[in-house]
Design a protein around this ligand. Structure first.
Ligand code: GDP
Ligand code: MN
Length: 349
């Protein structure tokens, strides 16, 4: 058999025999997916798309995490189509529960109010645990210890274009720390006090602000207010050291103590985005514009025909969200003085 598995301490590890050796030094990188057993079929489509477009050539590992026990069906089906080593881990209880300082009555009242106000996931407890986990804990899971880089993949996503180069090597060689595909504006009702909490943290810890930061991407008034721009975190290619840094560890701790994951509905996307924009050199943040990507309800599709031909893209440029009003990617190009693709304005309505 070309597959073997071992079971150790709550984690299951499937190892595939590699088809061909990797030339050069391979980055220590993995895909990472947080999922429930019921996500299986929509996740298989995501994995298949990633394997067909990229990973069959590079055979990076894939770490699956769950707050519950994965079923045998889930493990069998996913390990069969992942070309690298597939690993399955259970999330420790402390990383998926209410911290003891949270006032349960206050949190319950917020959920009730958000339900009445029809805020998406407003009444969900599990969604809040998920956002807190993706903000502050996934990179501390033992299965991620050995890696320097990760690519986050969710159920229900699609990759539309061939990705012929080693993306992790690109990150490493070009000194990139955070890569995104789609950016957009946040619903303010989910994060009313996140920016004020962030500002308080920065006032106490000004040494963490990078001299060449990208504050102008997340604020239009030099930090007074948050302009709602953030990277959509269901797609992330990033350095695990960014989150393991002293700056981010202290930042997450301050946010967690403020309670906004439960007293509001803080998402990991604005939190990761604020941290990347403040703690990194702006040149360390990269837009992957040549990679078509879909996560409901938005599509990123390269608008240049050359790119779509070269990368065999299967997507409609007229569906592209990148240059539209509700996206922040135009701002990203402008504040960083990057060259926008030909004809972008035609795709802005
Ligand atoms: P959305 O993209 O914000 O609409 O949220 P999703 O439903 O896609 O959830 C984000 C990610 O967290 C996905 O990878 C989900 O599979 C995962 N996820 C969400 N809720 C849970 C949960 O309760 N348990 C586990 N194990 N994964 C979850
Ligand atoms: Mn999702």
């Amino acid at each position: 058999s070309s597959q073997s598995y071992e079971l150790k301490e709550n984690s299951l590890i499937y190892t595939k025999l590699k088809q061909e050796p990797y030339h050069g030094e391979k980055p220590k990188a993995t895909f990472v997916t947080l999922a429930r057993n019921k996500d299986l079929s929509s996740l298989l489509d995501s994995i298949k798309s990633m394997e067909d477009r990229f990973n069959h050539k590079f055979q990076y590992d894939w770490v699956f995490l769950n707050d519950d026990e994965f079923t045998e069906e889930f493990i069998n089906a996913t390990s069969i189509i992942v070309s690298g080593t597939a690993k399955y881990g259970r999330i420790p209880k402390e990383h998926w529960s209410f911290p003891e300082w949270i006032d349960q009555d206050k949190a319950a009242a917020v959920r009730k109010k958000m339900k009445e106000d029809k805020i998406i996931y407003g009444d969900s407890i599990s969604y809040r645990h998920m956002c807190r986990f993706e903000s502050g804990f996934f990179y501390r899971h033992p299965l991620l210890k050995e890696y320097d880089w990760y690519w986050r993949v969710e159920p229900q996503v699609k990759f539309f274009c061939d990705i012929d180069y080693d993306v992790f090597k690109f990150m490493q060689d070009n000194n990139k720390k955070y890569g995104f595909s789609i950016s957009m504006k946040e619903y303010m009702q989910t994060i009313p006090t996140l920016w004020d909490t962030t500002k308080k943290f920065l006032a106490k810890n000004p040494e963490f602000i990078h001299p060449n930061n990208m504050l102008d991407f997340i604020s239009d008034d030099n930090g007074e207010s948050f302009n709602r721009c953030h990277f959509w975190s269901n797609f992330e290619i990033a350095s695990l050291d960014l989150w393991r840094s002293e700056a981010y560890s202290k930042y997450f701790k301050a946010l967690d103590e403020a309670g906004g994951f439960f007293y509001e509905r803080w998402g990991d996307a604005p939190i990761h985005s604020m941290a990347a924009a403040l703690f990194l050199d702006r040149d360390e943040i990269h837009h992957f514009g040549e990679m078509g990507y879909y996560h409901p309800p938005y599509t990123a599709c390269p608008i240049e025909l050359d790119t779509r031909v070269k990368n065999k893209c299967y997507c409609k440029p007229e569906k592209d969200f990148t240059w539209q009003d509700y996206s922040c990617t135009l701002k990203f190009y402008n504040v960083n003085r990057l060259k926008k693709p030909q004809g972008w304005a035609q795709f802005s309505e």
